[in-house]
Design a protein around this ligand. Structure first.
Ligand code: UVW
Length: 350
């Protein structure tokens, strides 16, 4: 496919990337393949009229065990005319009682989408012999506004809460505005490999696809079920990291054949019920290798969004019981301009 780079964000694109192929300023990548036809195909999957909500409660996992830099949501009342705006009498002469609240929300704490601004990579994009930071379609570090030091993060500042970071390109609002609706395709790894930690590369994936005659095609929104989120939910807010480290399949981002399949299938997005879709923390100590190779392949090179910690088990079980894999998936993130990720309450309709 021809590609264009008149904007000069890059001279060389990474090997195996599709930069420029959806337009030189494209910011949604493979979501272009979720066409009106795919929405109609998704609607045709609805036979039982039953919905599955694929979100965990957003205070799950619980504490900061899975990732020490992500914390559970905090809710607080706002102030109304300097008074606590919670169970607040609007006007003492009238009967109205109102409440408003605000949230301190770590956007990647629980069920989420990663935007294409979540991950970048460093390589020589402009041919000067030195590595530069580049994101999908060649967007650069200059497109990601953020503080240089911890003191600039504003973590302890009060209202009016000045923002201190912003993706000026590739933010989650780009995905939100597509509506994220189309054909979901379930790949149930737990059914084949059990509840334990299994590294799944191309051969194991192929085994599952062949055994169940699952076809993944252009524009499909692939859901990978491992059982991890359900185990997490069962821990009721007290996650046991030792148990979780041995729980659920993970995709092998170092398997070049798996990465090629992701590219050649034409799939538009991958969501999993595990922590990072791929095996993470990385088992490679090689400083030349990406620690998150599947993230780099999907988010950076191909514009494939990743969903994490989706609650897939009840849906996967229902689909298995009904010998189905496909369903209508509706999963827009928050239209929060400049954010690099977002909570999501995906709905599968079967
Ligand atoms: C990291 O942020 C390390 O991973 P993820 O996008 O999978 O949450």
């Amino acid at each position: 496919m021809p590609h264009s780079n008149r904007n000069r964000r890059w001279k060389h694109r990474p090997e195996g990337s599709n930069w420029g192929e959806f337009g030189e300023d494209d910011q949604i990548g493979r979501m272009h393949l979720v066409t009106a036809g795919k929405v109609l195909e998704g609607v045709r999957q609805v036979q039982a009229g039953r919905n599955f909500v694929l979100s965990l409660p957003l205070d799950i996992p619980g504490r900061s065990v899975l990732n020490p830099s992500r914390h559970p949501p905090v809710l607080r009342p706002t102030l109304r005319k300097g008074q606590v705006n919670f169970k607040c009498l609007l006007d003492p002469r009238r009967p109205d009682v109102l409440s408003d609240d605000l949230a301190v929300l770590h956007l990647q704490y629980s069920t989420q989408w990663d935007s294409l601004a979540h991950a970048g990579t460093r390589f020589d994009a402009d041919g000067d012999g030195l590595p530069e930071t580049r994101y999908y379609n060649g967007y650069g570090a200059e497109d990601m506004q953020g503080p240089a030091g911890v003191e600039g993060c504003g973590l302890d500042s009060g209202p009016p809460y000045a923002g201190t970071s912003r993706a000026r390109a590739l933010g989650i609002e780009q995905l939100a505005r597509t509506g994220v609706q189309g054909v979901g395709v379930m790949i149930d790894l737990e059914a084949h490999f059990g509840p334990g930690r299994t590294l799944v590369g191309y051969d194991k994936l192929r085994q599952v696809l062949d055994a169940e005659a699952i076809e993944v095609g252009p524009g499909d929104l692939v859901c990978v079920h491992t059982g991890y989120a359900e185990a997490l939910l069962g821990m009721q807010g007290n996650p046991d990291s030792a148990v979780l480290a041995e729980t659920g399949a993970v995709l092998d981002g170092y398997d070049a054949r798996l990465l090629r399949w992701i590219d050649e299938s034409g799939l538009a997005a991958i969501a999993s019920d595990n922590l990072a879709v791929e095996d993470y923390p990385s088992r490679s100590d090689d400083p030349c290798c990406s620690a998150l190779p599947l993230h780099t392949h999907c988010l950076v090179k191909l514009g494939i969004h990743l969903g994490e910690l989706w609650r897939l088990t009840p849906l996967a079980h229902w689909l298995r019981a009904h010998r189905r894999h496909r369903f209508l998936l509706t999963a827009p993130p928050l239209d929060l301009p400049g954010a690099v990720g977002s909570p999501v309450s995906p709905v599968a309709t079967v």
